[in-house]
Design a protein. Structure first.
Length: 247
């Protein structure tokens, strides 16, 4: 079990390391998409943003404000964009942008203004981004002192490039595993390979012990043979050199 954990951990480290050292080839898209559009009394707002991007690359947000009545006065129009960081303590809400688009301004009837913002995306942020839009304005002659609205909506998708690369590495590793062992890379198959390796190691250890015993036997036989030959040769020599007796 311990060896299985070690092997699994090594595979995970391999995945993560390969993904981290790989130069990201994914590119952010320049395509813009409409994420919010709403008509209020005397004013309409439309929000377009980059459809899809990747970490460490900027996203673009464009606001179109159209005045559709006379006497429109905007106290404030605020935009906040945020994402979720996945590398800190779980999921942390991370502000990406907070701007006051319009502040204490009178708008002209039929006047359309465009406000563009470039927002950098940190490495640790991916998945969908979110936007908060707060509008506070008044219309001349309205019975209400002001109108105020708060809107929340989804925006640009930040691709999880790291996960995509991990999946690619896993596919490649599974192909290698199949070519090597004729099976898919699964926990059960890893356990089977681990058991097989353990058994082979035990067999090798036992065989190595047998080989050592065989080598010892061979050495003993060699020593015995040399000793026997030496003994025989010495005996013959002594017999042949034995002094002759004279009577």
């Amino acid at each position: 079990m311990q060896k299985l954990k070690i092997i699994t951990t090594l595979f995970v480290i391999l995945f993560v390391t390969s993904a981290l050292i790989k130069t990201t080839e994914s590119q952010a898209s320049d395509e813009m998409q409409l994420f919010f559009s709403k008509k209020y009394i005397g004013i309409s707002i439309q929000v377009n943003a980059t459809k899809e991007t990747v970490p460490s690359v900027n996203m673009t947000v464009s606001l179109l404000v159209n005045c559709t009545a006379d006497g429109v006065y905007v106290n404030f129009l605020n935009l906040s964009v945020y994402g979720y960081s996945h590398f800190r303590y779980g999921l942390d809400k991370m502000p990406l942008c907070a701007v006051r688009v319009i502040n204490n301004t009178s708008l002209s009837y039929h006047n359309i203004t465009e406000h563009n913002y470039t927002i950098p995306i940190p490495d640790s942020v991916w998945d969908l981004t979110y936007a908060d839009l707060r509008l506070n304005y008044s219309i001349e002659g309205s019975p209400y002192p002001y109108e105020e609205y708060t809107e929340n909506f989804l925006m640009t998708n930040v691709r999880n490039v790291l996960w995509e690369e991990l999946e690619e590495k896993l596919t490649q590793l599974n192909e290698t595993f199949w070519n090597s062992f004729g099976m898919n890379l699964t926990v059960d198959n890893l356990a089977y390979i681990n058991r097989t390796l353990w058994e082979l190691q035990q067999n090798y250890t036992a065989l190595k012990g047998s080989l050592n015993e065989l080598d010892n036997t061979r050495n003993a036989v060699a020593v015995l043979s040399i000793t026997s030959v030496f003994f025989v040769a010495t005996t013959l020599y002594l017999v042949m050199r034995k002094p002759k007796e004279y009577y």
